[in-house]
Design a protein around this ligand. Structure first.
Ligand code: SF4
Length: 385
């Protein structure tokens, strides 16, 4: 879903330097779409436009306060980010950004005709061993931007890119900077919706701070079992946090709704990436969503699992045991023997997802009562809305 890989500051410019390509391809032919009336909007005004100036200044003060004792994600480091950093390694005055560009790799209702104005933040509060963007998320490649500089980029995306929305990707650890940037951008003339594109490892405090500023929440509900989140995401209590967060997101913006052009304007779009051998967890997630969020929830069951980061890499051999010849621990011995046999790390998830695994999650979703899926209608190649 995130095709941009250039990890340099130059990449920030790449998406907007050549606006003429947009003129060469003006409007794609109208798609055949059918929007259920309950989710069709006559018109839409982004929520940040409706915020009073009193509420806006309250949010500004709260954003600064949170940075002084950071509890903005479930890690709850409690640090003053003006003086030091917590687990996410990002300070207070800027956010690190890897790429800003109109993006056509999102769901059709998000990318629309001109693309989604995506801002890919560097750093992350999770450490997924299969991360496809680990150069951005774990190594924090990118450029530091103040909230005001971010706001200027949102305006460029709107004006030059003619994008349908501002899509904040992996923003969980920079929520105060994001809030300040949206408030600055609305004063500068931003008039398109804001998307909060998250792993769902958010705290309720940060979601309250975002209330009234975000139009579309795009959470990825990743895994179901605590043992899995501990092993693969390096996070405790991921599932409980995701449940609480998704319910709060749905309380704020409801089910996904569209204007008549098929572009999503407000609501929750829930993603779940099916992982090899973990279709049972996917089925549990679908059941829980139907029973505890909404059977009208718009769901994208994703099949494009393609591991990177640590998955499939050779197991490591410690330098100490090699150079000193000292007796090795059991783990080190296992690593040595694995190296010899070509064994790799996280071998159980080092493969593509099979059709039967994918279908099993889809069937469970339908059985649970979910019915709004982001998938191609095979009869007319259109997308269900
Ligand atoms: S946002 Fe960063 S500093 Fe704040 S609690 Fe999370 S990991 Fe810690």
């Amino acid at each position: 879903m995130r095709p941009f890989t250039n990890p340099t500051g130059r990449a920030l410019q790449a998406g907007l330097h050549h606006p003429h390509h947009l003129r060469r391809h003006p409007l794609v032919v109208k798609r055949f779409i059918g929007i259920p009336p309950a989710f069709l909007l006559d018109d839409y005004t982004p929520r940040h436009q409706l915020l009073t100036s009193v509420d806006a200044s309250k949010k500004r003060s709260l954003a600064y306060a949170h940075l002084r004792e950071c509890n903005l994600c479930p890690r709850k480091c409690g640090v003053n980010r003006y003086e030091t950093t917590g687990m996410c390694m990002i300070g207070a005055t800027t956010a690190k950004v890897n790429v800003i560009a109109p993006h056509r790799g999102e769901e059709p209702c998000i990318q629309g005709y001109h693309g989604s104005g995506s801002v890919f933040f560097s750093g992350c509060n999770l450490r997924c061993v299969f991360c496809q963007n680990h150069d951005i998320a774990h190594q924090r490649n990118g450029t530091d931007l103040t909230p005001e500089e971010l706001a200027e980029w949102y305006l460029k995306l709107q004006k030059v890119g003619n994008v349908h929305n501002i899509n904040l990707v992996t923003p969980e650890h920079v929520v105060p900077q994001v809030v300040l940037s949206i408030l600055a951008a609305r004063d500068m003339g931003l008039r398109i919706p804001i998307i909060y594109n998250t792993s769902a490892f958010d705290s309720l405090d940060s979601l309250k701070l975002l209330e009234g500023l975000v139009d579309i929440y795009l959470p990825d509900f990743k895994v179901w079992r605590d043992s899995t989140s501990k092993r693969l995401l390096k996070a405790d209590k991921y599932t409980a946090t995701a449940m609480e967060s998704i319910q709060e997101m749905h309380r704020q913006v409801g089910d996904l709704s569209f204007t008549s052009d098929g572009i999503a304007q407000k609501g929750v779009l829930l993603r779940h990436l099916v992982m090899p051998g973990m279709e049972g967890e996917g089925r549990e997630i679908m059941r829980w969503l139907a029973e505890n969020v909404s059977t009208d929830l718009y769901v994208h069951i994703m099949e494009q699992y393609h591991p990177d980061a640590h998955v499939g890499k050779k197991k490591r051999v410690t330098r100490k045991s090699v150079s000193t010849g000292q007796s090795r621990s059991r783990t080190e011995n296992e690593a040595h023997s694995a190296e010899g046999t070509g064994e790799v790390r996280y071998a159980d998830i080092n493969r593509a997802v099979r059709d039967d695994e994918l279908n099993s999650v889809r069937d469970a979703a339908v059985k649970a009562g979910l019915w709004r899926f982001c998938e191609v209608n095979e009869q007319n190649s259109a997308f269900h809305l």
